[in-house]
Design a protein around this ligand. Structure first.
Ligand code: CU
Ligand code: ZN
Length: 367
């Protein structure tokens, strides 16, 4: 079928919104009619050409939500009409990682997905007869997409899809980091570095876990205001003094938990140094540039501080994303303040410009 999609034809050039060809879903694949899609940093990072693992031509987008239009052969997990959130981090339920409660990094389709192919090593997308790759296995800057059934989370059909799409990446990453990876204890003190989508999600997650004190650090007063709305009890502008200020607020010890959501390795270092001896846990959610390293004084670790990373908030997508959306529908998570702009697919490049200008948290494409 012919669909409209935003194609990254060449790195560092605007996306070209045009008609492309989408083939029928193969075995264990599903055709999804996309309703909404967030514009995320990773899309822009790939479009810029700076990411050495990026590829083109491809249809970008990975924060999608929509409705199952048609199921391929042998699909057992979904049926026509199901409402779904796309998962760049799938859950096959069978690999050794899916079988373990300790990780969410499903191994089933990783290699092909990283190369931009569906699990059988081919693409369903093409332009003038030439294959177009599937970005992050999702390619949601489009009217329709074909995805493996293990990479779709079935959600409450009552949930508005223009909000649900945010649970496909940034928001879930932050919520999961606090709720699942760190499993913040009640009454604890948390410091969140960065008040973008991921950091704000971590603030909300810390609140849901019953943290007593939640400090958010960012360079933008407007974003810090949003952090207050998500449950931050204290906010501060970031700078060289941040660690000293956190120590001062915590009787010289540091926080029980810190979360790093900027991807800046200097900030990561602050997040490690701001966590307390004995049991402090620093969770790194931000993605640093390739080749960058994080400096840690080993003494900090021997005295009981721990550092861990979190990819997609440690969430097992097909189980945990529907649960987060249940909590959203129950009024526990306030999603509306994250949606700063609503744009059409044709305005996708404006979504990148707004992000570059740090204007708002999320632009949502309505399809
Ligand atoms: Cu993302
Ligand atoms: Zn798996």
């Amino acid at each position: 079928m012919r669909i409209r999609a935003a194609v990254l034809e060449e790195f560092a050039k605007p996306l070209v919104v045009q008609e492309v060809e989408l083939a029928e879903p193969g075995p264990k694949e599903v055709l999804v009619r996309l309703v909404a899609c967030g514009v995320c940093h990773t899309d822009m990072y790939t479009a810029s050409g700076v990411d050495p693992s990026g590829y083109a031509p491809t249809v970008l987008g990975h924060e999608g939500a929509g409705v199952v239009e048609r199921c391929g052969r042998d699909v057992t997990l979904l049926k026509d009409g199901d409402h779904v959130v796309t998962l760049f981090s799938p859950q096959c339920g069978e690999c050794i990682h899916c079988a373990s409660p300790l990780t969410n990094l499903c191994l089933a389709i990783r290699e092909q997905q990283n190369l931009g192919y569906l699990p059988d090593g081919t693409t369903r997308l093409s332009l003038d007869g030439e294959p177009l790759r599937h970005f992050m296995g999702t390619s949601t800057f489009a009217e329709y997409t074909v995805m493996p059934e293990i990479a779709l989370a079935r959600i409450d059909p009552q949930a508005p899809l223009d909000r649900a799409c945010l649970f496909a990446c940034g928001l879930s990453t932050g919520l999961g980091a606090a709720i699942k990876t760190a499993a913040v204890r009640e009454g604890s003190t948390c410091v969140v570095f960065g008040a973008g989508m991921v950091g704000l999600g971590a603030v909300a997650g810390a609140r849901l876990r019953g943290a007593e004190r939640i400090v958010c650090v960012d360079m933008s007063p407007e974003r810090l205001e949003l952090a207050r709305g998500q449950g931050a009890t204290d906010v501060m502008l970031g700078g060289d003094e941040t660690v000293a200020k956190v120590l001062e607020m915590t009787d010289g010890f540091g926080a029980d938990y810190t979360f790093e959501a900027t991807g800046n390795v200097a900030v990561m270092r602050q997040a490690v140094e701001a966590v307390r001896m004995g049991w402090g846990l620093c969770t790194v959610c931000g993605v640093a540039g390739r080749g960058e390293t994080l400096d840690i004084v080993p003494r900090l670790l021997i005295t009981g501080r721990r550092v861990c990373g979190s990819s997609f908030g440690g969430l097992k997508g097909r189980e945990d994303v529907p649960e987060l959306i249940r909590r959203y529908m129950g009024g526990e998570i306030d999603v509306d303040p994250f949606i700063s702009h609503r744009i059409s697919l044709d305005e996708v490049n404006r979504g990148f410009e707004l992000m570059e200008a740090q204007d708002g948290i999320r632009s949502v494409i309505e399809l």
